[in-house]
Design a protein around this ligand. Structure first.
Ligand code: FMN
Length: 208
């Protein structure tokens, strides 16, 4: 069965992916292209992961581990924020999360803005995290998403752009219905156009 969630709404998820505030904050600690610290938060992989692990510990202690989640783009190269050995870095981080915070709601990985081999590597990283694993792979078709679930590469697949363009995306996927075309010109804009004016499959609009 395909479980679908939106890649856009992070809720209590601690978003370490892409171009969020968190990339500049957490990524600045995690990745060796950016972290040039010589204190307890820089240098080795263990030290670079410390800030993220302490943050997860603090959030979990406050709201509960089961309400806390984290999103990464381990192979993201956006804004030159890369790492020389992301597999080693995230393997260690996921092992630590599995040991210390096994009951996190989920770990969510995206390949948005990543190296081409990211999808394959993210599937491999799955074995390092013991809990729920969400994959967001760019431009994924519904058929490909089902294949990833069937091949046990993820527990859930997150869609971003399909969800923007299809307010009833789960219904459409479940019933094999065609998807609305995305209007890329309205992405990253700030008014209602392109956010609440896509139609449901039955022709109804969200505002009706
Ligand atoms: C308009 C728009 C806004 C987005 N905002 C965020 C964001 O705030 N944080 C984030 O981590 N990713 C963000 N993304 C990336 C998506 O979460 C997702 O990783 C990306 O669109 C690839 O998945 P998709 O092919 O299913 O859309 C955004 C993408 C789009 C198109």
């Amino acid at each position: 069965m395909l479980h679908v969630i939106s890649a856009m709404n992070s809720n209590s998820c601690c978003n370490v992916a892409n171009l969020c505030l968190c990339l500049s904050e957490f990524g600045r600690f995690l990745r060796d292209s950016a972290n040039k610290r010589q204190d307890a938060y820089g240098g080795t992989i263990e030290k670079r992961c410390r800030f993220v692990l302490e943050t997860i510990a603090a959030i979990s202690a406050t709201i509960g581990e089961h309400r806390t989640a984290i999103r990464f783009s381990p192979f993201g190269i956006f804004q030159s924020m890369d790492d020389t050995n992301p597999v080693a870095l995230y393997s260690y981080l996921f092992q630590q999360l599995s040991q210390i915070h096994p009951n996190l709601a989920y770990v969510h990985l995206t390949d948005f803005g990543s190296t081409p081999e990211a999808g394959e590597l993210m599937g491999q990283l799955r074995k390092e995290w013991s809990g729920k694993y969400i994959l967001n792979l760019s431009e994924l078709t519904p058929a490909q998403a089902i294949q990833h679930i069937e091949n046990d590469r993820a527990d859930l697949i997150a869609f971003g752009r399909h969800f923007i363009a299809n307010p009833d995306l789960p219904h459409r996927l479940k019933n094999n219905l065609p998807l609305n075309e995305q209007d890329v010109s309205t992405f990253y804009t700030h008014d209602a156009a392109g956010y609440i004016d896509y139609s449901f499959y039955n022709g109804r609009h969200e505002s009706e």
